[in-house]
Design a protein around this ligand. Sequence first.
Ligand code: 3PY
Ligand code: MG
Length: 256
Amino acid sequence: MADHMAANKTKRALREGQVALGASMASASSLMAEVLGGQGIDFVLVDLQHGETNVGDVQRLVHAVLTTGATPLVRVPGNDSILVQRCLDLGAYGIIVPYVNTVEMARAVVQAARYPPLGQRSCGPARGAFYLASDYFQRANEELLVVVMLETRQAAENAGAILAVEGVDGCIIGPNDLAISYGHPSGLPQPPPDAEQGVQRVLAAAKQTGKFAGMFLSGAREANRRIEQGFRFLSVASDVRIAATGLQALLTEIRR
Ligand code: 3PY
Ligand code: MG
């Protein structure tokens, strides 16, 4: 076991003002975790919200990602203190919490994810202290990434206050839920004008508070456009979408 917790490369990069690119995993496959992590990506997001993954899968998926050098992050299914703590105890290097709409909700995330004095995370890092490093408890608040999802009109309106909460490192926008909360359908190539105003409000709040803003995206052009605007934490692909679009493209080519 290491004496010192390995640095969270994604958090370091974000802190230095760099862009971090990641891929999301809807599947619970260790093979997929290794394949995605092995492509030179900064982080792999294990998804307990919309994927097939359960908390019992988290340990082996996080481990598989760690072997590749990518940072293993976990999106929990909701703002649930117990699940946040369990996923961190199972070795996640960061947590992404959906539907954080208010300052109170952001404070609850910090209470669950940070050890005292910043929060009230209970100390029992099953993997952290006995596998990751003996100084896990001392280093965790510094190394672990805490990301809130801003994906409603209310969240966009409260973005400045939410991002100012100590212990929140940054945010990521869910464009589908954001569009829906403004009364639009999901799956649009770009947010309609009123939802885009929400996007820009989040970005401005991030710049003002010195935190990072991110977005779930697919498509290189949209990713580059958002990076130019100042978004720095991007999930640019998901395993199921890549499999579906890659296979469709191949079949179209063969059948042409
Ligand atoms: C959304 O678009 O709402 C998301 O949460 C992306 O996963
Ligand atoms: Mg969402």
